[in-house]
Design a protein around this ligand. Structure first.
Ligand code: J2J
Length: 543
């Protein structure tokens, strides 16, 4: 029997009706969209991966073959499948194969390790896990064996490449079969990862209807059409390169996706030049590296029309350098995997493009800016951003207690971002209220890292905070109090301990400071604000 999985909160019927009537939700599914594009232009190139060129027909057929293979393995509609692949063409065969049968990809990032993968597999009760053999020097097959040993639901490990003791993806693929029970447009399409601010990452349930609307809206705003060439420079599974407008936006438009194995300027620029890339998206530290490299010259970037920058705050100073050095329009994007995405418009005045993080995709995106007591603030004042709309979730997957805190009673998502709205409707991100460090677009939940440090036998207490960094914007600093009588430790011992607990490398604290006590707030909680001030003062003193 199909496994429906635990219920995810969804839009109340009157909202769903309104979004359909407005034409935002059009009753499309990912499987159907790919079928239509392949029928309309089978020989157009959909995906370029190194020397491989997959046409829309190729992608459509591979998705069908993967779908048939998954069904033969017993993977059913509603089942969860953790997908952890680098930027390779098979990523798309796998996710469209899953979309076709209505099984849900759970999008892991290549950097995730045993702890995160173990959690995704256990929490989502995944039946399969899809990996590369070795990527970036890391053997994912070994990790998969360890996770499989402790995850009873995980029946299949599918490998792109040499399978080792697991199963090769190519070996499950088979001739297409009729899919008797395809997903409906209102069904979940996948579970996306939340940047998170709590002990364990939460899963974000997105439907075909809502996500496809965000793609269509993004394509219009970013002027992506069938002649566009999108370079996927960031990890393909992340929500930004997936949907803003990203690879899925490009495929929706019938455009060409070029996969970039590494976002360094030399690799990316060579691909932009060779493939005549028109649009791509990067996080601020990469935008800095790219502008510096472009100033040195040596590549023809003349085809590039739009550079999207988002995932973390892009400084005005850096933003001003993009158009002159890269010769394209900067488009700031302030988005979140939970939904709401804001873009500066291509025809916005330059001042707006370099000083704001854009305005929402949809006229039906509702924005509320409130004080600490949820009271709406007068126009132009800085406060907490709450949002509700046709592609913003109403709750995380299987997380009722957490949802009660992260959403208002009338369904607004508490983004944790602190913003100000201009008269034009553009938002300026002024800060953050959530307990998260934004390490150049990579999100680190302080509590998650603190819990791992606390597992160290010598540690009495730990607090992880952001420290300013010229390149990444922020780095992480762990303040640690050792147990009374414990032998002194070196910072590297804490860093190694966290790494060995199987956490993604970007979550390992950049700095570790041993202290006797923490500053406390009036209610006895650690004051992260005072800790940040302390480290700022300390860094200033050292500088
Ligand atoms: C400041 N903070 C930003 C920006 C995201 C497009 C682009 C980015 C994401 C993303 C995404 C920011 N300035 N320009 O999903 O579709 C911070 C905010 C936000 C959080 C969401 C997309 N752009 N942020 O970054 O789910 O704090 O999505 O709430 O990873 O990143 O993180 P994430």
């Amino acid at each position: 029997a199909p496994n429906p999985g635990p219920p995810a909160p969804t839009w109340p019927a009157e909202f769903a009706e309104r979004y359909r009537a407005a034409g935002w939700w059009r009753g499309e599914t990912f499987g159907g969209v790919l079928r239509d594009r392949a029928a309309a232009h089978p020989d157009r190139v959909a995906i370029v991966d190194g020397e491989r060129h997959w046409t829309y027909r190729d992608l459509d057929e591979r998705a069908d073959r993967v779908a048939a293979g998954l069904l033969a393995l017993g993977v059913a509609r509603g089942d969860r499948v953790v997908v952890q692949l680098p930027n390779v063409a098979e990523f798309f065969a796998v996710i469209f194969g899953l979309f076709r049968i209505g099984a849900l990809p759970v999008f892991a990032l290549p950097a995730h390790r045993r702890t995160e993968i173990g959690h995704f597999c256990a929490f989502s009760e995944a039946v399969a896990y899809v990996i590369p053999d070795v990527s970036d020097g890391f053997d994912h097959r070994t990790l998969a064996s360890a996770v499989q040993a402790v995850t009873p639901t995980l029946r299949h490990v599918l490998v792109v490449g040499d399978p080792g003791e697991h199963t090769a993806l190519v070996d499950i693929e088979r001739d297409p079969v009729e899919i008797t029970d395809p997903p409906a447009p209102g069904d979940l399409a996948f579970l996306q990862l939340s940047g998170g601010s709590t002990g364990v990452p939460k899963l974000i349930p997105r439907t075909h209807d809502d996500y496809i609307y965000s793609l269509r809206g993004s394509n219009e705003i970013c002027e992506v059409d069938a002649d566009s060439v999108y370079l996927c420079a960031l990890p393909a599974a992340h929500n930004f390169p997936l949907s803003s407008p990203g690879t899925l936006g490009a495929l929706y438009a019938g455009a060409r996706v070029v996969l970039c194995p590494k976002p360094t300027p030399d690799v990316a620029f060579a691909l932009i030049e060779r493939e005549r890339v028109t649009i791509t998206g990067v996080v601020p530290p990469l935008a800095l590296a790219w502008t510096e490299a472009a100033e040195r010259g040596g590549f023809d970037l003349g085809s590039l029309r739009v550079l999207l920058v988002g995932g973390a705050k892009f400084s005005e100073e850096a933003a001003r350098r993009v158009a002159p050095t890269l010769g394209c329009t900067l488009q700031q994007v302030f988005g979140m995997a939970e939904g709401l995405v804001n873009y500066t418009r291509l025809d916005d005045p330059d001042e707006v493009i370099v000083t704001s993080q854009g305005r929402p995709i949809s006229p039906d995106d509702e924005i509320r800016i409130v004080d600490d007591a949820d009271v709406p603030l007068p126009d132009g004042e800085t406060g907490h951003l709450l949002t509700r709309g046709p592609y913003t979730i109403r709750g995380y997957w299987n997380a009722p207690e957490h949802n009660a805190r992260s959403f208002t009673e009338d369904g607004f998502y508490r983004t944790g971002d602190v913003v100000r709205r201009l008269a034009s409707g553009h938002l300026v991100v002024e800060g953050r209220a959530k307990d998260q460090i934004n390490r150049g677009g990579e999100k680190v939940a302080a509590e998650e890292v603190e819990n791992h440090i606390l597992a160290h036998p010598s540690v009495h207490d730990a607090a992880v905070v952001a420290v300013p960094d010229a390149y990444l914007g922020e780095r992480t600093c762990a303040y640690v109090i050792l147990r009374a009588g414990a032998e002194p430790l070196k910072p590297v011992a804490i860093r190694r301990f966290v790494r060995e607990r199987g956490l993604a490398g970007y979550k390992v604290p950049d700095h570790v400071e041993f202290v006797e006590t923490f500053p406390y707030t009036g209610v006895g909680k650690v004051s992260k604000k005072d800790l940040r001030a302390a480290i700022a003062a300390g860094l200033a003193a050292r500088a």
